[in-house]
Design a protein around this ligand. Structure first.
Ligand code: AVJ
Length: 322
């Protein structure tokens, strides 16, 4: 009789799903929302009227592009604009167009984990603003950033937009900022987007749209487990639930099981039990105020040297240096 030896090497996704669904309380990482379908759902979210974050950052860029250009190129020096998690680059294109008008000497280096997303961005840039020198890099932030760092002395402007930092708990954000700080020279800048504390109702509405787009986005992680790991989640037995704590500024997304049930995940040889109303925590979207951003910066060896906000102060872009 021949023995079947199944490979013992688990992918990161398999490891993380096993970890999160065998822990109590259960959790899954929001980074697994983003496959082709998840990317498309997030595009839809950015176009929803309730999801004010994208519009705010778009407005901030439109209103302040010349001041931003002066900060980035101060004294007319050449620079590399490095964008972590570039996505469709819709907001960045405002800056790119303006930098070209001002005849600034720069290259644009978008970094994204999804080669799919990067290709789309590269193509759209070639069509819309072919004059921009684009050097896309596929990979995780730090793999890609480390490569870029080697280059000799040209100023780096590292952008991390969309309040993507809000997916990190404060201590994770500090580790992240410290990693970025370690790769920055004295003359480099970090430009981050932070969603601000505001009326809690506005925040809840942004993560709870009536058309179920955010719900579908949240549930996409279960679809991925079904498709990629042979899971049998019945999506209709889970509800999307959003909470926001105005004291801490933390918005949290959950998937809540409506019934007692068992879910099988073949690739993990795992059976997961759910009690009725048991939760899977799937995402945090942290909201900030000035003192919290000051504290995060200071903990990471950075300081705030400029900031830009929208007319309603819903959102801020901060410029940080070492
Ligand atoms: C892309 C992480 C900034 O947290 O606001 C949108 C993702 N989640 N709706 C956010 C998201 C639900 C978004 N970030």
């Amino acid at each position: 009789m021949q023995e079947v030896i199944s490979p013992m090497i688990e992918t990161q996704f398999e490891k993380d799903v096993r970890q999160g669904l065998t822990d109590f309380p259960k959790y899954l990482s929001s980074k697994y929302f983003y496959d082709k379908k998840g990317d498309a759902l997030f595009q839809k979210i950015m176009h929803m009227p309730e999801y004010y974050l994208t519009d705010c950052e778009f407005d901030i860029f439109s209103q302040n592009k010349s001041e931003i250009a002066e900060k980035f190129a101060s004294g007319g020096q050449p620079f590399k604009l490095i964008e972590l998690g570039a996505g469709d680059g819709k907001k960045t294109k405002i800056l790119l167009r303006h930098f070209l008008e001002k005849k600034l000497d720069f290259t644009y280096q978008p970094i994204d984990i999804s080669s799919n997303v990067l290709e789309g961005l590269e193509n759209s840039l070639r069509e819309e603003i072919p004059e921009v020198k684009v050097i896309p890099k596929q990979g995780t932030y730090f793999e890609a950033l480390r490569e870029i760092t080697d280059a000799n002395g040209v100023r780096k402007i590292i952008m991390f937009l969309g309040s993507n930092i809000g997916n990190l708990l404060h201590n994770q954000a500090i580790l992240f900022l410290k990693d970025v700080q370690a790769l920055m020279n004295k003359n480099d800048l970090l430009f981050i987007g932070c969603d601000l504390k505001k009326n809690p109702k506005t925040i809840l509405d942004a993560y709870n749209d009536p058309n179920g787009i955010t719900e579908a986005f949240n549930k996409n992680v279960l679809i991925r487990i079904n498709n990629e790991l042979g899971g049998n989640f019945d999506l209709d037995t889970f509800i999307h639930w959003e909470v926001y704590d105005p004291e801490t500024g933390t918005a949290k997304s959950y998937l809540v099981s409506k019934i007692d049930q068992e879910v099988k995940i073949e690739a993990l040889e795992l059976k997961v039990q759910f009690k009725a109303w048991e939760t899977i925590h799937t995402e945090i979207s942290q909201k900030y105020d000035d003192s919290t951003v000051h504290w995060l910066a200071q903990q990471s060896g950075l300081e705030i040297c400029d900031q830009f906000t929208d007319s309603e102060q819903l959102y801020k872009n901060y410029v940080l240096r070492r």
